[in-house]
Design a protein around this ligand. Structure first.
Ligand code: ATP
Ligand code: MG
Length: 407
């Protein structure tokens, strides 16, 4: 029986894992510089948490969630996104009673039952940032600037930032009314999903991926015309701060995001580099009502999820520092066991070291060192063991380094 990985999952092998490590290092760095602390939450939670936060009419919950019952009949779900679990943890651990804002970052693997394609998988990873307890527009701007910096730090210079405000529940009620009215003028033209959305959650129609619906929506009312004075002012300030920070954006009044919990600012960084298709590489927004909605005290918040499986496709590998491999070879009359203390010493000094673990002849070791791309070579013969001194050859230039190593 040959086993295969489940559809929509991938094995990340060492060569690609180097890119993941690079992305993660840069992510931790940008988080640290902005005073974010790491949080790690469970891979599964009560299904109800996602129903309540992501929203039961969202695609994520209604179509894509991996739900199961455990042996005690608990209804659980594999994490479909990172924010809900973090909000649950923040409330449960009393973090909002401490000094605010509380700034947290995470790396989470997420699970969604989706049609798979390049950049869309059933298990994927997000680097997420969540900032609790800051209602000012500067917090929105700081987070967006962080994402911009992060993407540039891994070599992504040409993503496009789309920005919108979907207002507070107040403005949205008015807008939903207008949208419903607009929808009713085109009753037969909508896709099945949008027919349902028009009743349940009209805003969601704007997010429909069907061209036919998008065509009709070109004439739909704009949320920006329905913002209350406070939401309008907030949004203007976010834009002003971004402009002064040199972060370019495009206003997109159709951007609503696929989750129910957003308020005011929403944004996406999109990129065209996926076999000619445009995909969102990072998406987020403000969610001032979510904490209260899932049982915490009222607390404004803003967050973003960066899709690392998409970022990894765009990483500029030339920015990655690669450490050269040092191969320590034993001449045919030297036992491999004599090499172990030498390798240990070299490793203690920070070198990446490989030795002859397969009893290869000296000649075969030279071939092997070449195959595995060793950059440096040390040859240990009887003379080296007696003098307790080693020479290091740079295999790329063929020259010996000036320094010798004593052991
Ligand atoms: P999309 O519109 O591409 O389906 P989404 O709106 O469902 O994305 P979010 O829930 O906002 O995505 O998740 C944040 C980010 O996580 C996305 O911008 C994307 O980069 C990444 N992401 C979401 N779903 C997947 C997936 N199935 N595979 C890989 N990455 C994903
Ligand atoms: Mg999606």
């Amino acid at each position: 029986m040959n086993y295969q990985k489940p559809k929509g999952t991938r094995d990340i092998l060492p060569q690609t894992a180097l890119k993941w490590q690079f992305m993660e290092e840069k992510a931790r760095e940008v988080a640290r510089l902005n005073n974010y602390g790491e949080i790690r939450t469970p891979t599964f939670e009560d299904s109800a948490l996602y129903l309540r936060s992501v929203g039961d009419t969202s695609d994520i919950v209604s179509k894509e969630m991996y739900e199961f019952k455990d042996k005690a009949e608990r209804n659980l779900a594999l994490r479909p996104e990172g924010t809900a679990g973090v909000v649950r943890a923040v409330v449960e651990n009393g973090i909002l009673n401490e000094a605010l804002p509380a700034k947290l970052y995470y790396f989470s693997n997420c699970f969604r039952y989706e049609n798979t394609q390049k950049g869309r998988y059933r298990e994927f990873s997000q680097f997420g940032l969540e900032c609790f307890g800051a209602e000012n527009p500067e917090a929105d701007a700081e987070l967006i600037i962080m994402v911009d910096k992060y993407l540039r730090s891994v070599g992504i210079q040409n993503s496009t930032l789309l920005l919108n405000s979907i207002g507070c529940p107040h403005c949205r009620a008015e807008f939903n009314k207008a949208l419903r009215e607009f929808a009713s003028k085109h009753t037969d033209e909508w896709c099945v999903d949008c027919k349902r959305r028009a009743v349940e959650n009209p805003l969601r129609m704007l997010d429909c991926k069907k061209d036919s619906c998008q065509d009709i929506l070109k004439n739909a009312p704009s949320i920006l015309d329905y913002l209350c004075p406070e939401c309008k002012e907030h949004f203007a300030k976010v834009q002003a701060v971004l402009l002064s920070a040199g972060v370019k954006f495009i206003l997109d009044d159709r951007l609503v995001r696929g989750l129910d919990y957003y308020t005011k600012t929403v944004f996406e960084f999109v990129h065209e580099g996926f076999d000619g298709k445009t995909l969102t590489i990072a998406a987020g927004g403000r969610y001032d009502n979510l904490v209260e909605q899932i049982g915490g005290k009222s607390c404004p918040a803003i967050g973003v999820g960066i899709g690392l499986d998409r970022v990894v496709e765009l990483v500029d590998e030339s920015l990655m520092t690669k450490q050269g491999l040092l191969f320590v070879a034993n001449m045919d009359d030297v036992e491999v066991s004599k090499i172990i203390p030498i390798a240990t010493l070299l490793r203690n000094n920070g070198n990446k070291v490989e030795i002859n673990l397969n009893n290869r002849s000296f000649k075969a070791q030279m071939k092997y060192a070449n195959t595995i791309g060793a950059k440096y070579l040390i040859v240990v013969g009887q003379a080296e063991l007696e003098q307790r001194q080693l020479k290091v050859k740079n295999l790329e230039t063929g020259e010996y380094l000036n320094e010798t190593i004593k052991f």
